[in-house]
Ligand binder design. Structure first.
Ligand SMILES: C[S@@+](CC[C@H](N)C(=O)[O-])C[C@H]1O[C@@H](n2cnc3c(N)ncnc32)[C@H](O)[C@@H]1O
Length: 288
């Protein structure tokens, strides 16, 4: 094919040294926009897609939120390239990171409980969105941690075994990205006095292949009237076949607890970045 004179390519800088010593971003930092005008344009599309959900979560009228959301998206696009955990394979990438950043920024909790610290990326993001908040981050394996965000208390235990500071329900957020059963996590959070919950990987039964080790039953499954009690769900991911027997009783009557539910939009159609996002905000009823 003849070279197109309108296109010029600057080769990637050579990777120096043995693979083990190369900086972690050698591979994954290579796909992004450099052109500022294009980044702004992508930001406008992202803000339009996200404003309805963020307005619903913040309980503000949508027209009033368009500009603040657009500004926050711009801040995020500037912030994201500075992240300390550049390679977060197995954890959140651009799409989910943006959703978490916006929810935190507009909900403005004074206390955040995170379950699923992994390398420390989402804890860092929470710290950027909420410089003043108290943040506790739990993971059963903190050996994976690459970055300890300033002032975050990391605990190597399931969150149910962690003592939490006193918090006001209205100003606290429980954020679950630990791939544990959503229904169980919602019931636990409710019992401990949380009302604002953010769940990752809330995929319906027909999309369970979208993530490894999905948090089943997901909230979407619990609210799906088409799923039959006792039905065996079968899916394949990376060549492995998984089976799960859906039992209505395992959904712990989760629907009864919910006051409000907002699905964050899947941003893959705008950014063309994988993986797809499945983030859902839930406001629980006051615990009786
Ligand atoms: C998808 S990763 C979390 C990604 C992270 N939020 C980020 O910054 O991208 C899931 C994490 O949940 C952790 N995990 C598994 N079981 C857990 C449990 N019972 N409590 C807390 N974390 C758990 C895993 O060790 C893993 O680090």
């Amino acid at each position: 094919m003849p070279a197109d004179p309108r296109i010029s390519v600057t080769p990637a800088p050579p990777e120096c040294g043995p693979p083990a010593e190369r900086p972690e971003h050698a591979r994954e930092d290579r796909a992004d926009l450099v052109s500022l005008s294009l980044r702004e344009k992508r930001g406008r599309h992202l803000a339009v897609a996200l404003t309805p959900a963020i307005a619903a979560i913040a309980e503000r009228p949508e027209p009033e939120m368009a500009e603040p959301v657009a500004c926050a998206v711009t801040d995020f696009q500037d912030l994201y390239p500075t992240r300390p955990v550049v390679s977060n394979k197995g954890g959140m990438q651009f799409n989910d990171s943006l959703c978490l950043y916006l929810v935190a920024r507009f909900l403005r909790p004074a206390f955040v409980l995170e379950s699923g610290s992994f390398r420390g990326h989402s804890a860092w993001l929470l710290r950027q969105a909420l410089p003043q908040a108290e943040i506790v981050s739990c993971d059963v394996d903190l050996g994976q941690l690459r970055h300890r965000a300033e002032g975050v208390r990391f605990c190597e235990r399931d969150w149910t075994d962690v003592e939490l500071p006193d918090f006001a329900s209205e100003r606290a957020l429980a954020w679950f990205d630990d791939h544990i059963d959503h229904c169980r996590r919602l019931a636990e959070a409710h019992a401990r006095g949380f009302r604002h919950i953010l769940l990752d990987d809330n995929f319906p039964a027909e999309n369970l292949y979208a993530t490894g080790g999905p948090p089943i039953p997901t909230l979407a499954m619990a609210l799906d009237p088409e799923l039959q009690d006792g039905e065996t769900l079968v899916w394949r991911r990376r060549g492995k076949t998984y089976r799960y027997r859906f039992e209505r009783k395992d959904t712990l009557d989760v629907a009864r607890r919910i006051d409000k539910l907002v699905m964050l939009p899947d941003l893959t159609a705008i950014t063309r970045y994988n993986p797809p996002s499945g983030m859902t905000y839930v406001r629980l009823k006051p615990f009786a």
